[in-house]
Design a protein around this ligand. Sequence first.
Ligand code: RIB
Ligand code: CA
Length: 314
Amino acid sequence: MSRKALIIDCDPGVDDAVALFLALASPEDLEILAVTTAAGNVDATLTARNARLIRQLAGREDVPVYAGAAVPLVREPIAAAHFHGESGLGTLPVFEPAAPVAPGHAAGAIVELVMGRPAGSVAMAVTGPMTNLALALRLEPALAARLGTVVVMGGARREGGNITASAEYNIYADPHAADVVFRSGVSCVVLGLDATHQLRATPERLARIAAIDTVAARSVATLIGFSSDIERRLVGGDSPPMHDPSTIAYLLAPDLFTAVPVDLRVETTSPLTAGHTAVEFRLDAAAASVAPIRWVTQVDHAAVFDLIYERLAR
Ligand code: RIB
Ligand code: CA
């Protein structure tokens, strides 16, 4: 695999943190140009602090962190601290990281980093509300044509919603931003709950991570252990889905995933179904050949966890 230039836009968040550890442990595959953060699971101050904290634990303070949107484009903010803890990192011990955020807003950084490199050469992983990318697309309309693949964790079709009956959290938290991104023509690979619910951290898999003697693995074991407890208490079951890490695993090993071209629209107005992703598989050959959005339907979850074990052991 050739080394990919990547921007990770996130709202850490327990599973965002696991995704960051996976990405930061893969320097030979991923040239992480920046981590950008927005409000989501917890407020914007905490998501920026958490990205800096994970960066420090991973020994990767070479990667700049840019703070971004504190509120969604239109709707009022909705956090998810019940799934991520008040700190946003579950029971992981938190501290004030040594290195600060980089100057400037995340949206401006996305524009500058992408427009300053050859067309299609910078990919993005978006694992929170899509506010920063939507703002960047509004700041610089030429961004859509310049960006490489945008790997999004968001949406749901066969699985139904996880924040409302019909919406997944990242899209629900800023449906207008998701609508801007999905209408922009940017090439997207979307890992919705249909995909991430196939990628579960079973107790056996958690035990295997906990047995790896590295700071990253011990931190990830603490993070997933928190999610396992929440899963038992709030959802039922003992195997939390690895939502956000799926985006990094896709970038590292796309052959472990099956994606199909779709037409994807976002509900932005209905109080009952706001944030719903209407995923249409029934495209004719012509439409399918040019569809900018692909929806992940299958995940080789055993192979993805083997990848996770290998990277966390580094
Ligand atoms: O629905 C799962 C998504 O919502 C993940 O990105 C998780 O971090 C939360 O933000
Ligand atoms: Ca997230």
